[in-house]
Write a protein that binds this ligand. Sequence first.
Ligand code: DC
Length: 229
Amino acid sequence: MSKKIIIAIDGFSSTGKSTIAKLLAQKYNYIYVDTGAMYRAVTLYAKQNNFVGLEKLDVSGLVSNLKNISLSFQLNNDLGFAEMFLNGVNVEKHIRSLEISQLVSKVSTISEVRTKLVAEQQIMGKERGIVMDGRDIGTVVFPDAELKLFMTASADKRATRRYKELIERGDKVEFKDILFNVQERDRIDSTRQDSPLMKANDAIEFDNSDMGITEQFERICTLVEKRIS
Ligand code: DC
């Protein structure tokens, strides 16, 4: 019998973390949790309630309303993965917009937001058998994860991937805005005081600027096999 483990995948935005995480979850029949979607959903709530904007962040307003935010993942059988629900409403498409991408790093600096989401994430991983991606999974959420991966790629490659995704779904965006957003999020995510994005000492780094998904996935599966057998 193979052992159920926690696979923690951290790294910069648009480094293909979720693609790898979904493939791993499928192969090993694990739960996949996209923690970025949780921060994005809180950001959507903050925006809808006027607690955040390009020039504004009302920390106390948002913090006093955190109790009114209920997040859940619900499986979409057609897509084969779970979608993000905010207070019972499917917000999957909304949270992926450039508008939310421009605000999410700011909201993610708030310690009270992090405490709430980290606690929810730790509950999801209690039984192990989970693949979780984000920025602080191997360092804060599951420092005892059996396998920690840290993904990187050049900002240009990442912005190109993100741009393609947004254009394919019909959003009207410009490449220069996407590149700026990727660089700006790198900066805020890596320099915030509370749990900044950093590689855990025991994480294995993958620079996938020039590595295809298949090659990466095969290498990662070899690492998984070693830990579950
Ligand atoms: O993975 P993503 O690009 O969807 O994440 C969106 C933002 O959420 C990211 O720029 C920073 C924040 N985030 C975080 O602070 N901690 C996490 N564990 C996941 C995401």
